[in-house]
Design a protein around this ligand. Structure first.
Ligand code: ADP
Ligand code: ADP
Length: 222
């Protein structure tokens, strides 16, 4: 039943450039692996992750997550959590209140052990009880990532979570990912910097201009 399997995935955006954003991409991620999706800007990372999340439809190919085919419009799998930039928060509420509001909106009770465990992993410290309007950009980002972790999804997808973070925050993010994966959960995290993924990831998929360049264990590639 495993993790995630992508085969023959292609996507071309209509209009302007008419180039493939992703072309004949294939890789697998086993349960418990932390996969770094690495490549320069324009490599096709965001397009790939948006197809994984069911937000856009591939032109060709198949994605299976935990044995289920991913299709746009189908209900998002409850076992998948995702961070994408620009999550909206209510500025006058605390970080905790925002996350609790989101949590209740998914139909689950505040006080649920999953919520507290996810907050412990995210480790936002005293900031959690401050109003979001006092947050730095980096803190907002960390709150959005905590939100993606709330249900402790078996697969966590993070698109460039360190964008806009400073070096200490990047180090903290690495610790957060390692703690998240420690319980055998699967993580996919994209980055354009090798230095950001080589220490927190077990495996790498390297992309360039829509295509797979290499894939394997971190030690075998780096
Ligand atoms: P990355 O995340 O690695 O930077 P993207 O998946 O965002 O790569 O982009 C891959 C290619 O697809 C780029 O050439 C980009 O300009 C193009 N692209 C991305 N999104 C769109 C879109 N909505 N419409 C047209 N072209 C797009
Ligand atoms: P990333 O590097 O994270 O993929 P981008 O800055 O490339 O982010 O893209 C930001 C937004 O602009 C995305 O929604 C993407 O789909 C869209 N976009 C990117 N490239 C193009 C393009 N060539 N034409 C139209 N939309 C694009």
């Amino acid at each position: 039943r495993g993790g995630l399997r992508i085969t023959g995935l292609s996507k071309r955006y209509k209009g302007a450039t008419d180039r493939y954003a992703v072309r004949e991409l294939g890789f697998t991620v086993e349960q418990g692996q932390v996969l770094g999706l690495l490549g320069p800007n324009g490599a096709g990372k965001t397009t790939t992750l948006r197809m994984l999340m069911g937000l856009i439809r591939p032109d060709e190919g198949e994605i299976r997550i935990f044995g289920h085919a991913v299709r746009p419009g189908a209900p998002v799998l409850s076992r998948v959590g995702a961070f994408v930039e620009g999550a909206g928060f209510l500025p006058h509420l605390s970080g905790r209140a925002n996350l609790e509001l989101y949590w209740r909106s998914t139909g689950r009770p505040v006080g649920d052990a999953h919520l507290e465990e996810a907050l412990a992993i995210a480790d936002l410290g005293e900031a959690l009880d401050r109003a979001v309007r006092t947050y730095s950009q980096g803190m907002r980002q960390r709150l959005a990532i905590a939100q993606a972790m709330l249900g402790l999804p078996d697969l966590l997808i993070l698109d460039e979570p360190t964008n806009g973070l400073d070096p200490p925050q990047i180090r903290e993010m690495r610790e957060v990912l390692i703690r998240y994966a420690a319980a055998g959960r699967t993580v996919i995290v994209s980055s354009h910097l090798l230095s950001e993924v080589e220490q927190s990831c077990t495996h790498l998929v390297v992309m360039d201009r829509g295509r797979l360049v290499s894939a394997g264990e971190v030690g075998a590639i780096v």
